[in-house]
Design a protein around this ligand. Structure first.
Ligand SMILES: C[S@@+](CC[C@H](N)C(=O)[O-])C[C@H]1O[C@@H](n2cnc3c(N)ncnc32)[C@H](O)[C@@H]1O
Length: 286
């Protein structure tokens, strides 16, 4: 098993924002006004971005720096691929893909305030930005790679439009809609890579997602690019860690057992949330 060190960091230009223990409160404070961030790799500036008000600011978060690091190190290969940055927020994940010469990026989000990504100096003529629910207006089988970082906290319904809340809360049918749309837009053998935070109390939802993926994706290709922290499986009913290198999942909602290889465990320290395990999974379209 590899140990992984993320060398992408995000700095905030203004230092007046408080970081709270509760990540929802920190995020709300960050999104209360537009703020400039600087994205660095090995302490050198890659690009800057003014994150608009209400848009999820990736400063002090887990997923976006990891995605960018995996892209820049070639562990998520993007060159020549048609990429969707789904739920793009500030768009930093798509900008990293553009830097690494992907063919084109669709930046897309339900929050209309993301649109200014179209003025960024790394946004190319072939790239596009679209405000929509998942990928509902996209053509079937038109992309090679979809990258996304899902909101983690489940709420019943009715999130306000164009709000920070849409970044961190998701309605109960969110995952099933997302998987349906991603399966639609990917070409056969196209890749879906998603950040997912697993909570011990919501392990059935994770199992449900795996079961849904089974319909359109090749589950033998499922693997976990990254997980944090090490250990803790005993808190997750239905998840068994085999020799530290594989996970197998069986819960009441799954009829069969799914096994996924784990590529790397982080040696960096990330905020712990409610005993959760932070993961990035990759799976290929059938
Ligand atoms: C956790 S944030 C991640 C933002 C960015 N990718 C990052 O890593 O910093 C989730 C994003 O998903 C967007 N989102 C929520 N529901 C969505 C939907 N139904 N369709 C498209 N995007 C959605 C939110 O507006 C938010 O920008």
């Amino acid at each position: 098993m590899n140990h992984y060190h993320c060398e992408v960091t995000i700095e905030l230009a203004d230092s007046d924002s408080k970081i709270y223990e509760n990540s929802v409160e920190s995020g709300r404070e960050l999104a209360a006004k537009s703020r400039e961030i600087e994205v660095q790799f090995q302490r050198k500036t890659l690009f800057t971005r003014i994150v608009p008000e209400t848009v999820y600011n990736p400063y002090h978060t887990t997923a976006a720096p990891l995605f960018m690091d995996l892209i820049i190190k070639g562990l998520i290969p993007v060159e020549g691929l048609r990429v969707i940055d789904l739920g793009c927020g500030s768009g930093v994940i798509g900008l990293a893909a553009a830097l690494m010469n992907c063919e084109r990026v669709l930046y897309t989000d339900i929050n209309a305030n993301v649109i200014s990504i179209g003025q960024h100096n790394l946004f190319r003529p072939q790239d596009r930005v679209a405000v929509q629910n998942f990928c509902e207006t996209e053509q079937p089988a038109s992309y090679d790679l979809v990258l996304t970082s899902t909101p983690s906290i489940i709420v019943p319904s009715n999130l306000p439009n164009d709000s920070y809340e849409q970044s961190v809360f998701r309605e109960t049918d969110f995952i099933s809609k997302m998987i349906t749309d991603v399966a639609k837009v990917l070409v056969p053998s196209g890749t879906f890579i998603f950040f997912y935070r697993m909570y011990p109390s919501q392990i059935d939802l994770f199992a449900e997602m795996i079961a849904q993926l089974n319909e359109g994706f090749d589950m033998s290709s499922l693997h976990c690019l990254f997980r944090y922290p090490e250990g803790g499986e005993s808190n997750f009913p239905g998840i068994v860690n085999i020799n530290g290198n594989n996970w197998s999942y069986t819960t009441s909602r799954l009829e069969s057992t799914t096994t996924s290889k784990i590529d790397a465990i982080s040696e960096d320290v990330y905020p712990e949330e409610g005993g959760s395990i932070a993961t990035i999974f990759s799976v290929r379209r059938k």
